[in-house]
Write a protein that binds this ligand. Structure first.
Ligand code: SIN
Ligand code: CO
Length: 377
């Protein structure tokens, strides 16, 4: 992607300008970000997906009298309120994994690193439906796909929440700006901006969402992964204490033992590659409800395309795919990086790969992570 080329998607800003002016800083309303926008997933298909075990969905209903009700899917069709009942919303997560057109739409946002992209959530609402005024911890693009939705947003200093409500709803929402979004219009919001979107008639909104690992969670994940490799890295040296004196306080932990422990952990963490690898494997790990379908008969290698569910990343020394890592250097590394950045390779690029790289690509095809395709990426 040319990051200096203006995009209608960003209201005529180039990705580089958007990232320096708005990303994580201030909202942006874009009229007609996507020309001729329409619902990419028919409503009936969306409701059907909400009935499936492996699809994450929620139902938010505003009862007469103003009470909020939240339920988690899967939902049988008859468990959803009728279409002519106002004030309910169905939210379906991870739609980029379930629909190729939604996956392609998400691809337009790859001017943000893949490690930050989370998923596309589709919300279907009947008239007056919404999830209440709230704020999210993550950046979001709210793309109107069908019908109209009135958005009110504000910077909001008072973040106190309404008590005894199953959703996080602001107790004292103060809107500063307000717009009605039509199909193709899009609103970007940085983290923690308060917002309230109310459907005007039936509508569908697509949320392109991002992920930001929390420091504590990241430390736990990486340390766990490093721990698995640590014995090899830290070596087998045993604790020795030839200078230990006779003690009158036998329960006290010897200071020397503490020093030895600190050194053991530091040794395991000292190898930067161990940390890099743990991070890459963690970030490329597929979501828990994702599985791959190996093909009955893998085709011979030709042009290749990553499966929509595949997460592929790289750093200076490694290539990561679906939670696994490989060391890669030279020509093969360049090829794998191209595959990761473009999510595809042309047949002639694959033909020029080394024997080892081709064997690896073949094994990924056999796992259903990569597919042969007629399309040139
Ligand atoms: C919605 O689409 O109904 C809610 C999205 C959001 O507010 O983050
Ligand atoms: Co929100």
């Amino acid at each position: 992607m040319h990051t200096d080329r203006p995009l209608p998607l960003l209201g005529g800003l180039a990705p580089a300008q958007f990232m320096s002016r708005h990303w994580q800083r201030k909202p942006l309303l874009i009229r007609q970000a996507v020309a001729d926008m329409r619902a990419l997933v028919p409503r009936a298909r969306l409701l059907e997906l909400a009935g499936e075990e492996h699809v994450e969905s929620r139902l938010v209903v505003q009862e007469p009298g103003g009470r909020w009700r939240l339920q988690h899917g899967p939902f049988a069709r008859r468990a959803l309120p009728p279409r002519n009942r106002p004030g309910w919303t169905l939210l379906v997560q991870g739609m980029d994994l379930h629909d190729a057109a939604v996956h392609r739409l998400m691809g337009q946002f790859r001017f943000v690193p893949e490690a930050r992209l989370d998923d596309v959530m589709i919300s279907y609402a009947t008239d007056g439906g919404g999830v209440g005024p709230h704020f999210d911890s993550y950046d979001v693009f709210l793309l109107q796909a069908e019908g109209r939705r009135r958005w009110r947003i504000g910077r909001q200093h008072d973040l106190s929440l309404q008590p005894d409500v199953p959703l996080k709803i602001l107790a004292h929402f103060e809107a500063e700006e307000e717009w009605v979004l039509e199909p193709g219009d899009m609103l970007y919001l940085p983290p923690r901006w308060a917002h309230d979107g109310i459907a005007e008639g039936e509508c569908q909104t697509y949320s392109i969402g991002f992920r930001s690992p929390a420091r504590g969670e990241l430390a736990r994940e990486l340390l766990q992964r490093i721990a698995e490799d640590a014995p090899d890295e830290a070596g087998e040296a045993l604790y020795r204490d030839p200078r230990q004196a006779a003690t009158e306080t036998p329960a006290a932990v010897p200071a020397e033992m503490l020093r030895f422990a600190r050194e053991a952990v530091a040794t395991a963490l000292r190898d930067p590659q161990l940390l890099d690898r743990a991070l890459g494997e963690y970030l490329s790990e597929p979501k828990p409800n994702v599985w791959f379908e190996p093909p009955d008969q893998p085709l011979p290698l030709g042009a290749l395309q990553l499966d929509a569910r595949t997460r592929m990343l790289y750093d200076e020394r490694h290539v990561y795919i679906n939670g696994e890592s490989w060391r890669a250097a030279g020509r093969d590394a360049r090829l794998m990086r191209r595959l990761a950045d473009r999510r595809g390779l042309a047949a002639r690029e694959v033909a020029g790969a080394s024997e080892d790289a081709r064997a690896l690509l073949m094994s990924w095809c056999e796992a259903g992570w990569v597919h042969t395709t007629d399309e040139t990426p």
